[in-house]
Ligand binder design. Structure first.
Ligand code: ZN
Ligand code: ZN
Length: 593
């Protein structure tokens, strides 16, 4: 079916349902970053495959909003005569709620499937539409209903992430959660976030690409927990282990009915940003709700000592794979037979040779020359550029391992770099080092540190349009909250045990992109009469391309950091490499004088 035919069908259903517009967000009832195909209704309708985007269809018009990561892709994939493109974040671009207030009449009705919006998102949308006297129907599934060939929900088998890897048993985690529930005065805690369910139960799945999760809901009460999952996904052994910990299994499809039937004296703890609004709507209005930052998210963010030990091992393995890749690339780029896609595939094969490898943590961004300036570039058969022994190459990639999740970016010169590229790279590196070296009082939030990564760029009138750091899961999602390091304040303190990325960048459209990304662990530094102070330990082990450094821009402290880092990379990785690779690494990590 053509996009125009699908929209015609949707409009006839909208007519029948008495709605004047329909909002189709990206996302699923678990508010996943990577939803399973079953929930990609926006993608099916619009044929725009980017992960972020909202389609809005009125009787006459259709429009799609997406952010700067996907402008180019949307331009390529959308027929602008059928669906207009709105570039979120560009000056003068209205948000879709304001646009709807413009194009609709007071009294008109907008339909949206509340299961794909968080409670917070629905509240904001309702408030915005109210200014145009637009009503909202948030239980509509009018878009999903026309999708005849809709894929089913994945039924992959769930597997255990053993206590030896997790560092804490399921029972210990449930106990910790219940202690916080008590403090919050809650009797019931609902989570729909798939990584939270997986973390709590020490289980993993393969329902979605890149994220080792499975589709389920979890309700934690004081004396039991209820897992809503398709039961044939569970092995007999897992079912038995869950029963021992008083985790009862219910049908996935019965979740909404179950919460509707709950007694009205339950006190629910919910995170309005992590729970979809259909769940909220299903709870009895008479029941009490305590809202706050997800308890599991708080606990999961601070990695325990066993998790950190495994993660450090994993980063040695991942570093070995990266060095093997960079060595191979340098050997092979001269042949002009390596492309963006084949390079990414080769890197995956080096990771696959490492212990505990379970898959990639996201689709690698393998970007040559101007493609590097497209922040979330995804090479495909049409764009796949051949790497030549000249210009700049950016590779952002990561692996899922039983002992942790990795995310690393390296930018390398494939020939002799231009002076501008060297200066740009050095400014990005200065920001990376400033954040890696930060010492800051306990209680600081990401927003307080973000400036460190940008200062050197700002002083030359340069900047980058993405955040500096995100949290990362432990054999879970590559992007994980609640902490981040961004110019926007999220209210979340950085705490010991949190692992985040440190990834400043710089993008010259039409020329190249530069990003240097390592994972950093927040830990205690010292306590003085002025209180407790924290610092970061850089965990990622991989050389940073010295040929891109303009040394005259570096301070002696920055050079010392780089030399120490490189010494550590060499000392730790050399034993895992062939003689030729170790010799190569020795050269790549030799001191900058
Ligand atoms: Zn990355
Ligand atoms: Zn990252």
């Amino acid at each position: 079916m053509q996009v125009s035919d699908k929209l015609m069908l949707l409009r006839s259903r909208m007519d029948a349902a008495g709605v004047d517009a329909c909002i189709i967000p990206s996302g699923d009832p678990h508010l996943s970053e990577y939803p399973a195909d079953h929930w990609k209704v926006r993608e099916w309708l619009s044929e725009f495959t980017g992960s972020a985007g909202t389609l809005v269809v009125t009787r006459e018009e259709a429009a799609l909003w997406t952010d700067s990561r996907y402008y180019l892709q949307a331009e390529e994939q959308l027929d602008e005569l059928t669906i207009q493109l709105f570039r979120d974040g560009q000056p003068g671009t209205p948000d879709y709620a304001s646009w709807l207030c413009e194009v609709l009449m007071p009294g008109d009705k907008v339909a949206v499937n509340g299961a794909n919006l968080s409670i917070t998102q629905l509240r904001t949308l309702t408030r915005q539409l109210r200014t145009g006297q637009i009503q909202i129907d948030s239980v509509s599934s009018v878009a999903e209903d026309i999708w005849a060939s809709r894929p089913t929900i994945p039924e992959d088998t769930i597997f255990m992430h053993d206590d030896d890897w997790a560092g804490k048993t399921r029972a210990e985690k449930l106990l910790e959660i219940r202690e916080i529930m008590k403090k919050e005065g809650a009797t019931h805690y609902i989570t729909a976030a798939l990584d939270e369910v997986a973390w709590t139960l020490n289980l993993r799945g393969t329902d979605v690409l890149y994220n080792p999760v499975f589709h389920a809901y979890l309700i934690i009460e004081h004396d039991q927990a209820k897992l809503f999952v398709n039961p044939h996904k569970l092995t007999a052994q897992i079912a038995q282990k869950l029963a021992i910990d008083d985790v009862k299994v219910y049908l996935y499809d019965d979740f909404y009915k179950h919460i509707k039937d709950q007694s009205t004296d339950a006190v629910y703890f919910i995170d309005a940003d992590k729970i979809n609004s259909a769940i909220f709507a299903a709870l009895s209005p008479k029941s009490e709700k305590r809202e706050g930052l997800s308890i599991i998210n708080r606990l999961k963010a601070c990695k325990n000592a066993i998790e950190l030990n495994h993660l450090k091992e994993t980063l040695i393995n991942d570093g070995v794979a990266m060095v093997q890749f960079l060595y191979w690339l340098e050997e092979n780029v001269v042949s002009c037979k390596v492309s963006e896609l084949s390079a990414a595939k080769k890197l995956k094969s080096f990771r696959a040779g490492q212990q505990g490898f379970m898959g990639e943590s996201f689709g690698a961004i393998s970007a040559y020359g101007p493609h590097g300036a497209i922040v979330h570039y995804n090479a495909n058969a049409q764009t796949d550029a051949v790497l030549k022994p000249e210009g700049i190459y950016l590779i952002d990639s990561g692996g899922q391992y039983l002992g942790g999740t990795t995310d690393i970016t390296r930018t390398i010169a494939l020939g002799t770099p231009s002076q501008q590229a060297k200066e740009d790279f050095t400014l990005v590196l200065k920001g990376h080092i400033a954040l890696a070296n930060a010492i800051f009082p306990a209680g600081s939030r990401g927003v307080h540190l973000d400036i460190l990564a940008r200062k050197a760029l700002w002083e030359k009138g340069l900047n980058y349009g993405h955040g500096t750091g995100h949290g990362i899961g432990y054999f879970l999602n590559v992007h994980e909250g609640p902490q981040n390091i961004r110019p926007q304040d999220n209210g979340i303190e950085l705490k010991p045990g949190m692992v985040s990325s440190n990834e400043p960048g710089l993008y010259r459209q039409g020329e190249y992109g530069i990003r240097i990304e390592n994972l950093i662990l927040c830990k205690e530094k010292y306590e003085t009469e002025f209180g407790k102070f924290l610092e970061f330990e850089t965990l990622t082990l991989c050389p940073i391309d010295k040929t891109l450094i303009e040394k005259s821009l570096m301070t002696s402290e920055e050079i010392a950091w780089l030399n120490q880092y490189h010494q550590r990379v060499f000392d730790v990785l050399k034993a895992h490499l062939t003689e030729a690779q170790a010799e190569w690494l020795k050269n790549k990590t030799s001191a900058l004088e």
